[in-house]
Design a protein around this ligand. Sequence first.
Ligand code: NAD
Length: 322
Amino acid sequence: MKIAFFEIRPGEKEFFQTKLSAHELYFSGEPINLATLPQKDFEVISTHTNSKIDKSTIETLPNLKLIATRTTGYDHIDITSATAKGIIVCNVPTYGEVTVAEYTFALILSLARRIPIAYNRVRSGEFHTDGLEGFDLNGKTIGIVGTGHIGVNVIKIARGFGMKVIAFDAFPNQNLQADLGFTYATLDDLYKQSDIITFHVPGLPQTTHMLNMSHLDTLKKGIYIINTSRGSVVETAALVQGLDKEIIAGVAIDVMEEETHLIENAEATLENHLINHPNVIVTPHNAFNTVEAKQRITETTLANIENFLKGTPTNIVKPHKD
Ligand code: NAD
């Protein structure tokens, strides 16, 4: 088999080289780029989220049989076009439920206690607490949008902090409420009641701009918004306007609507406005990035490829139905 890995990260290459030594392997640290592909006869490709695998990519690779994304989300892949051509798409459904939940709280605590500002202050030679007053999480209401693998772990951690938890999900799991100590609400009520809102839904047409300009007037004044899911879920312009109008007190995001060309467009984009705002923390799609999570990603991806080669594919992603 001709197998190509894109966006390969340190450690991954050696792992796949050892485990798939019987195959013809190609590795690139870059996202897939049709212009620079050395060959077009790959049968299996594996990527992260910066590789946009659209219809034209799929049509340029006539022998393609399997796309093994090394991610949970698969909004970077045109699943409908792949499936129509008989190409199997598989993902890593559960590598990071605790990993991303812990990171969500790292972002929440960084905002609540102004850690990045405090850290930079001491490094710049100052040692005082002026302007660093934060707030307790205990007793605050957190609204969790999406109660899947990650959302459930965020609920557990939030309860550990003594927070009141409300949640919204298109497919609520009612049994969870009593077990974990939270209640489901409508999205509108969650927006009205929360002191902090955090998003844990997949990037889908149905979740695009779930928080948008039309919600600004319904949010509690002084709310904090966290997003570690997908940039498309929260309208960037609404975050910027909410901050400017002082409806939103702070934003911490690991994902952006426009992630790939941020540096090239370093001028006055909405994304750059956010990045430079004093009450905003932006990290570079880093929530998954722990030793343990990456080990689970490579092991599950290897299993996905090996199971496909055996004729018993696993973790298949299907086109989303409304
Ligand atoms: P999951 O599939 O277990 O849970 C997603 C939840 O969203 C489900 O409960 C589902 O019912 C709900 N949902 C789906 N469509 C909805 C809609 N239209 N409205 C409301 N709820 C809806 O996924 P997960 O493992 O919890 O991961 C969530 C997302 O986090 C992933 O899809 C991925 O995009 C993102 N993620 C980001 C990172 C990172 O590094 N920042 C890492 C892993 C995952």
